[in-house]
Design a protein around this ligand. Structure first.
Ligand code: PLP
Length: 395
């Protein structure tokens, strides 16, 4: 079998070797329960958790006590949205979110609608960004939460966070930000970015799967969410349950490495992405999505018109690519993100997500481009629609 070229880093990343090394002793040597602080072993486990919290706080310039460890972003998102609804529903029930959010946000909003919440799903512009004026107009007296992400997992498009902050500044609504794709890739500073809550996940930045966090800003007012899990009182009574010490240690180490290596990663990965974009984008009948606005430096979302992305992926087994977000593949629906950006269902189905990471090399990305170009050509050669398009009979 040909070696795999992994180009699906927005779905998940490999665990960095340094992260793995740091985690290993916590499985069978330093395996004590971090709540068992009556003995020395438990104290050591608790100290390792504290260290991870420090690393996370250092990466995001926040306070250590503002992080609650979860199993990942889906859990953090569910907690933020449902927990805030429980807290506010008596007086305010309106949520604003974007049509291009991750399904973890959208499906939770749909669930909350069944519980009595009112949800506005804001459209985005063709470039994938929300118009801050639309956000302003959507705010009501009853809005208690704006769930607006940082960077999109499919297109990499970064929302205009400073303008969003400006709009939300004068309104009591909380800002929950799904920053799953931004943390570890971009220099986020929570002393400047006025989000009230934020979700992050270790496996998107070279940490392990099953470890993430919800950041909850310590404000003068009381905690904006109800507890997620009741039990042994861990994590200030808000998210009970024995802490996943190896996972949390891995998350902390991934955060420490990200802080150190973020600029180097960006400087190496961006040119590879740009070169890939230049080559693939030069093919006729291709469209690069979100190219006119700030985007994650590792992401290329590209439409090869009249080619089924799923067919393209299946026909190139040596490449790991995505036809949309991993969580929704398997469904026949075209990407809700691309549809919200105004693509036709046909063009959405012809769109591929290529997401690079720390362990890709320029040579392997070049070979992937060669393989893609050749295969797009082959698939189009058998397509009557492509011939009609090429000859100008259809647009
Ligand atoms: N939000 C975004 C933007 C994501 O990309 C993902 C991962 O696919 C999630 C949420 C869910 O994260 P997790 O896999 O940690 O539950």
């Amino acid at each position: 079998m040909e070696p795999l070229i992994y180009l699906d880093n927005n779905a998940t990343t490999a665990v960095d070797p340094g992260v793995l090394e740091k985690m290993l002793p916590f499985f069978n040597q330093e395996y004590a329960n971090a709540s068992s602080t009556v003995h020395r072993a438990g104290k050591q486990a608790a100290a390792a958790v504290d260290q991870a919290r420090k690393e996370l706080a250092g990466l995001l310039n926040a306070r250590e006590s503002e992080f609650y460890f979860t199993s990942g972003s889906t859990e953090a998102i569910n907690w933020a949205l449902k927990g805030a609804y429980q807290r506010f529903r008596e007086f305010r029930r309106h949520i604003i979110t974007l049509q291009t959010e991750h399904k973890a946000v959208l499906d939770t909003c749909r669930y909350l609608e069944k519980q009595g919440a009112e949800v506005t799903y804001l459209p985005v512009q063709e470039n994938g960004q929300v118009d801050p004026q639309e956000l302003r107009s959507a705010l009501k007296e009853t809005t208690f939460l704006a769930a607006i992400m940082y960077a999109n997992n499919e297109t990499g498009v970064i929302q205009p966070v400073n303008e969003i902050a400006e709009v939300l500044k004068d309104h009591p609504a909380l800002w929950f930000c799904d920053a799953t794709q931004a943390v570890g890739k971009l220099p986020l500073d929570l002393s400047e970015l006025p989000v009230d809550m934020l979700a992050l996940s270790a496996h998107k930045f070279y940490g392990p799967k099953g470890a993430g966090a919800l950041y909850i800003r310590k404000a003068a007012r009381s905690t904006p969410v109800e507890p997620l899990l009741h039990g042994g009182g861990q994590q200030q009574g808000l998210r009970a349950g024995t802490l996943n010490v190896p996972g949390i240690v891995g998350l902390g180490e991934a955060a420490r490495i990200a802080k150190m290596q973020m600029q180097t990663d960006a400087a190496r990965i961006r040119p590879m992405r740009d070169a890939l974009q230049d080559r693939l984008g030069a093919l006729p009948g291709t469209l690069v999505q979100g190219s006119g606005v700030p985007r994650l430096y590792n992401t290329l979302n590209i439409t090869f018109r009249f080619v089924r992305a799923e067919e393209l992926i299946v026909s190139l087994p040596a490449l790991a690519l995505s036809a949309g977000s991993a969580c929704t593949t398997g469904s026949l629906d075209p990407s809700h993100v691309l549809i919200a950006m105004g693509l036709s269902p046909e063009d959405a189905r012809a769109t591929l997500r290529i997401s690079l990471g720390r362990f890709n090399t320029a040579e392997s990305v070049q070979s992937a481009a060669d393989a893609l170009i050749a295969q797009v050509g082959r698939l189009r050669a058998g397509s009557p629609l492509w011939s009609m398009y090429r000859d100008g009979h259809i647009t």
